[in-house]
Design a protein around this ligand. Structure first.
Ligand code: NAD
Ligand code: TDX
Length: 332
């Protein structure tokens, strides 16, 4: 049994990870989460109290972080400002949390010699052309586009520097786009599902040709546990499940699954600087650490996700109007 400190554990992917850890290991989890607009303690409801502690606080609070890190065997760092559209509106919180917050955690794990795993994104590599046969690998140069992805890139580089300069025992993973339960309705897939459930039309940016590489959040969790268990200190691992789809195909699949005409969506104002395509080559993780995803195909995972949003309206309805008002103010 290990004691894990999970930052951002009340967010989308962090809460999926906490559920996964409690279901698949005997580890004890302490969640540190600020409960920003993106955090929701209801995402952790029903988990056994003897396996989980919850601390509300900021990863940039050095004193709080020091105490929590001193009591942990490993830190798994999910907390971040995570939404590109918000980063275009107000970048400052992205610097505070993604850069200063990560720095604060690194200094604490350095003091206490604690194992650290840093969660990052494929967006640090920039984007690919639609017809480019290449995918991102661990050797692709960093080329982030947005305030969000540039602060994630900065946080990755801090981790690498703390490994090299101070001998911190850290690994990094860069994952593709996640979908699944507990994702905020600001994000693409839950926004479109909940629009259709409310009788509104899905909103596609631009022409809908942009490609994302989808992975179920539970597969992301199993990959992170694999890296915690078997990953080599100082190494970076790309996580992906060969799930490339363009946005138009995803919206059509959601509409069809919900019994609507496949073309019942609106094209809206594009995102400034919108990355065209992401694609992950996860060969290193699969061959060196023996990981494989469990969700065989995107359609099955998407149907389960749609069912979850249909069954859990009480979880998302309270934030739906505010989220849509923000998009409407930008013609999206
Ligand atoms: P999210 O926005 O759903 O959750 C972020 C969580 O962090 C929230 O619970 C929030 O309250 C918490 N948080 C924010 N600032 C904090 C602070 N200063 N102190 C403590 N807690 C704070 O994000 P997500 O989609 O679950 O992403 C989690 C991580 O995974 C991020 O690091 C993100 O960059 C990375 N990631 C996300 C995706 C994706 O598809 N969503 C893909 C790859 C990597
Ligand atoms: O209403 C929408 N319509 C639309 O066409 C929204 C919200 C999005 N989009 C498009 C933009 C992207 O091409 O859908 C795609 C996915 O958008 P997001 O859900 O905002 O995700 P993305 O910008 O790809 O970033 C996500 O994946 C990588 C996460 O939010 C990041 O945290 C992660 O690092």
């Amino acid at each position: 049994m290990a004691r894990l400190l999970v930052t951002g554990g009340a967010g989308f992917i962090g809460s999926n990870f906490v559920h996964h850890v409690i279901g698949h290991t005997d580890h004890h989890v302490t969640v540190l989460d600020k409960l920003t607009y993106a955090g929701n303690q209801a995402s952790l409801a029903g988990l056994p109290a003897d396996r989980l502690d919850f601390v509300q606080g900021d990863i940039a609070d050095a004193e709080l972080v020091d105490g929590l890190v001193s009591a942990a065997d490993a830190v798994v760092h999910y907390a971040a400002e995570s939404h590109n559209d918000n980063s275009l509106n107000d970048p400052r919180p992205f610097l505070d949390t993604n850069i200063i917050g990560t720095y604060t955690l690194l200094e604490a794990v350095r003091r206490h010699s604690t194992r650290f795993h840093h969660i990052s994104t494929d967006e640090v590599y920039g984007d690919l052309e639609l017809d480019d046969p290449q995918r991102f690998t661990e050797n692709t140069p960093y080329n982030p586009s947005s305030p969000y992805s540039s602060t994630k890139a900065g946080s990755d580089l801090l981790v690498r520097a703390w490994v090299r300069s101070f001998g911190v025992e850290a690994t990094i993973s860069n994952c593709s786009n996640n979908y699944g339960p507990y994702q905020h309705v600001e994000k693409f897939i839950p926004r479109q599902i909940t629009n259709v459930l409310r009788g509104d039309r899905p909103k596609l940016y631009g022409t809908g040709e942009n490609v994302r590489d989808w992975i179920h959040a539970d597969d992301h969790s199993s990959a992170v546990l694999t890296i915690l268990d078997k990953g080599v200190i100082g190494e970076t691992y790309l996580i992906g499940a060969d799930g490339e789809k363009n946005n138009k195909d995803v919206v059509e699949a959601i509409l069809t699954e919900l019994g609507q005409p496949a073309d019942a969506y609106d094209l809206v104002t594009d995102r400034p600087g919108h990355d065209l395509r992401y694609a992950i080559d996860s060969t290193k993780l699969r061959t060196e650490l023996g990981w494989a995803p469990s969700y065989g195909d995107f359609e099955t995972g998407l149907a389960a996700t749609i069912a979850w949003y249909r069954d859990n309206e009480a979880w998302w309805a309270p934030v739906k109007d505010t989220t849509e008002a923000f998009y409407a103010s930008k013609g999206q």
